[in-house]
Ligand binder design. Structure first.
Ligand SMILES: [Zn+2]
Length: 141
């Protein structure tokens, strides 16, 4: 299981959120977290993940979260609309190392199903893939 909480950079208060991970990331992709109710300073969103990314204790600061501008939807098995939410999340570990994490959910009605195969790449690997894809796309025919 994952856990997520807000961390105040000023008074160092940690407040765990009852939001599901999907909702916490979705909200974060749309707006900065609400400021600290105790001191009014900006707060960070942190996630504790139960899988190892090769550094630290599994506690990560969410630096950025993105969704594509246009989401894909289709009709599922029971004629319900299914929407894919592929996130690109920049995480920062305890030693300041950043990762690109790509969790995704299939949302059917109010049900958000977590995809099982989230990618996690370090910055250099991610940049290398994007650079190659852009190079290929931009290359003259
Ligand atoms: Zn505070």
């Amino acid at each position: 299981m994952t856990a997520q909480y807000f961390y105040c950079t000023q008074c160092h208060k940690k407040v765990s959120t009852s939001l599901r991970l999907f909702d916490a990331l979705y909200d974060f992709s749309k707006a900065d977290p609400e400021s600290c109710p105790a001191c009014g300073a900006a707060r960070e969103l942190h996630v504790s993940l139960d899988f190892q990314l090769g550094v630290g204790d599994g506690d990560f600061k969410v630096v950025q979260a993105f969704l594509p501008e246009k989401l894909e939807s289709w009709l599922g098995e029971e004629e319900e609309e299914v929407t894919l939410y592929p996130f690109l999340v920049v995480l920062e570990g305890a030693r300041g190392k950043q990762f690109h994490w790509m969790p995704y959910w299939h949302v059917v009605g109010k049900d958000a199903r977590f995809g099982q195969h989230a990618l996690c790449l370090d910055h250099k690997q991610f940049e290398s893939l994007i650079a190659q894809a852009q190079e290929r796309t931009l290359a003259p025919v």
